[in-house]
Design a binder for this molecule. Structure first.
Ligand code: FEO
Length: 394
């Protein structure tokens, strides 16, 4: 078996992006990969391409398996540019007239991204295509991650090419889950929390659909990170758990501070929560990246948010995380607000309004302290933490 042959006649021709550290606002300290898969049969099929600047590497990787001109079909599971950015360059190389199969929505979005007339062919949900000895079928997966998204299933080998679904932003020499072990799960969790959390209801329906179809899966090949071959059910089960937003007895405290007053409050709230047995983590917003915060939000039962009042409003880092969090639609959370202020003190009310808009259960009125907390203020913060802790522990 050649080194990039991941199953008989199926090759990983994707690339590593070792250097990316910010994937449009998502921190990627381990880089990522843009996976693309070549199936060699009577018809040679390429599933997805890679980000534009890696087009030459993609073509080189294909060349190691077959002459690129011998690719008969291209399948675009997803239009986003990390998977289609090399498409026009690739088509120039393999022949502009070769068909590019995509979903009906993909037809629209590919045409909007690449104005040249490629031979786009829409495939329907459940449609099958013989490629010689083997058969491909297509499964529409709208909003996992864009309206155009679809999965491609290689029937005889029971391989699901799942585009963004079940992916991880991780670049490594491991190709499979069994080569990296449990260490891949935090990357998969972060990916879900930051890319897919808001589509949780659709993901639950998709898993139900796959189960109803009786689709047998021996391997899941996402477009980012490692493939799941040892235990594909493990990542599917994790997606069900994350989509249901099952929480742990855990709280996070998100805060910023100007002169340490809000920080002192955060520390006492944390102590109160901890005294009740809650796993609590204060997260200072100028230390933690928003995407790492959302990974913690995913399975936290309570999110406690503190801000000083600055210019009659929130401290700017709070506006950032609240905007980001609101868009990702976390559910089943307890929320609470706190903060110090000098004269007007609007921040706590603004946070509470945002928590209510996100349908968080605000069980305690927010706590505000003028200028610098005194002993009785810190005692009140500790008690505030205890009350939230009791609600979490049930
Ligand atoms: Fe990896 Fe939605 O693109």
């Amino acid at each position: 078996m050649k080194s990039n042959e991941i199953a008989k006649g199926v090759y990983d021709v994707g690339v590593h992006d070792w250097n990316i550290s910010d994937f449009h606002g998502y921190s990627t300290p381990f880089g990522t990969s843009y996976n693309a898969f070549l199936i060699v049969d009577e018809k040679n099929v390429l599933i997805d391409t890679v980000k534009g600047e890696f087009a030459d590497e993609l073509i080189y990787n294909i060349t190691k398996v077959v002459d690129p001109k011998k690719i008969d079909y291209v399948i675009s599971n997803h239009t986003e540019l990390d998977h289609s950015g090399s498409l026009t360059r690739l088509m120039h190389r393999i022949g502009q007239d070769k068909p590019v199969y995509c979903s009906k929505m993909g037809l629209k979005s590919l045409s909007r991204h690449f104005r040249q007339n490629l031979n786009y062919q829409a495939v329907g949900n459940g449609q099958e295509m013989s490629i010689g000895q083997r058969t491909l079928s297509f499964l529409e997966t709208r909003m996992v991650h864009w309206p155009d998204s679809m999965f491609t299933y290689l029937k005889e080998q029971k391989i699901l090419f799942s585009s963004d679904g079940f992916g991880q932003h991780y670049a490594g020499h491991e190709k499979f889950d069994d080569e990296i072990g449990e260490a891949i799960m935090p990357h998969a969790k972060k990916y879900f929390a930051n890319i897919l959390m808001l589509y949780a209801p659709l993901i639950l329906k998709l898993v139900e659909k796959i189960t109803d179809m009786g689709l047998e899966i021996d391997m899941i090949c996402p477009d980012h990170g490692v493939c799941w071959r040892k235990d594909p059910v493990k990542i599917i089960d994790a997606y069900v758990r994350w989509s249901n937003q099952e929480s742990k007895k855990k709280a996070i405290i998100l805060y910023d501070t100007m002169w340490h007053s809000t920080e002192m409050m955060a520390n006492q709230i944390a102590a109160g929560l901890s005294a009740e047995g809650v796993d609590v983590r204060p997260m200072y917003l100028r230390k933690w990246h928003r995407s790492d915060i959302m990974t913690e939000v995913l399975d936290a039962k309570a999110v406690v948010i503190g801000s000083p009042t600055l210019n009659n409003g929130l401290f700017p880092t709070l506006a950032d995380i609240l905007t980001y969090m609101k868009g990702l639609k976390p559910k089943n959370k307890i929320g609470a607000a706190f903060g110090s202020y000098g004269w007007s003190g609007e921040a706590v009310k603004i946070i509470e309004k945002e928590l209510t808009a996100m349908k968080f259960d605000v069980i305690e009125p927010g706590i505000r302290v003028k200028y610098v907390p005194e002993s009785e203020d810190l005692d009140a913060c500790y008690t505030f933490g205890q009350k939230i802790g009791k609600a979490i522990m049930g």
